[in-house]
Design a protein around this ligand. Structure first.
Ligand code: 16G
Length: 253
């Protein structure tokens, strides 16, 4: 039996199944990944081998593979074939500690990196002015970043900081909190709100997941010791990579 036949259970695709051939082929490939015959980063056999093993056309094989690539199960690299995608390492973040992304990832031995999506200075929008207790003529820095850990995209963040705490967005290189700490404006308390969300096609593409994939949408409003708001950040964390963990204690009367 060819390698494709051995990996996917071989033989023609079930005749009595009314589903299109490419979907039946996808089921075979998915099963091989689920049972571990094919492991993360394993290369799949070539299109021709798969077509021969299942007696289908190469067009059908291509359609089956590209569907699984879109769903994030497989990856294709120009010239080097198709591979099983590796699931990102899940990260747990305690909900009760006020930490920065950079600190969080370093604690886990993952190298944090940033891809800048946008940054600039603007007048505060009415919503930002309300959240950050600003007046309508106050200016804010807006930072939009893709946050990566060990090269894997983890979150999209849109942060707004009054210019009185961060006068220039270009001051932030890797960590916003490092810059705020150096300027004596590190937040010491924050309110956070988490809810479930489905990613838009654009955000999903940035996070390297299929369109509509589940995400955790988090708003964080952080304060200085005196209670002055210093940062309002909206984030979208990949649902398949992040667990938020909270410790609960019994209230004793
Ligand atoms: C975290 C915070 C975000 C903060 C950022 C600073 C959550 C949900 N959000 O991602 O509000 O702006 O850390 O990280 O935890 P940095 O210092 O690495 O830029």
């Amino acid at each position: 039996m060819s390698r494709a036949g051995t990996l996917f259970g071989g033989g023609a695709l079930a005749e009595d199944d009314p589903a299109p051939l490419y979907l039946r082929l996808q089921v075979k490939i998915r099963r091989a990944i689920e049972v571990g015959t094919l492991k993360p980063l394993d290369a799949l056999p070539g299109e021709r081998d798969i077509a021969e093993a299942f007696q289908v056309s190469r067009v059908t094989v291509r359609k089956a593979l590209s569907g699984l690539v879109e769903r994030g199960l497989l990856r294709q690299r120009q010239g080097s074939g198709t591979f099983v995608a590796s699931p990102p390492q899940r990260v747990e973040q305690a909900l009760s500690r006020l930490t920065s992304f950079t600190e969080d990832m370093r604690l886990r031995g993952l190298a944090p990196t940033v891809r800048w999506l946008d940054r600039g200075i603007s007048l505060a929008s009415p919503q930002e002015a309300m959240r950050l207790s600003l007046s309508p003529n106050d200016t804010v820095c807006r930072l939009k970043r893709l946050r990566l850990a060990g090269g894997v995209p983890m979150a999209i963040e849109r942060a707004t900081i009054p210019t009185r705490f961060l006068p220039d967005p270009m001051l932030v290189d890797a960590s916003l909190y490092d810059v705020l700490a150096a300027r004596g404006s590190l937040p010491v308390r924050a309110l956070q709100r988490l809810c479930a969300a489905n990613l838009t096609p654009e955000d999903a593409a940035l996070l390297d997941v299929p369109p509509g994939a589940a995400a955790l949408a988090i708003d964080r409003l952080s304060f200085l010791d005196a209670g002055t708001p210093v940062e309002f950040t909206q984030s979208w964390y990949r649902g398949d990579a992040y667990d938020f963990v909270a410790e609960l204690t019994l209230k004793r009367e």
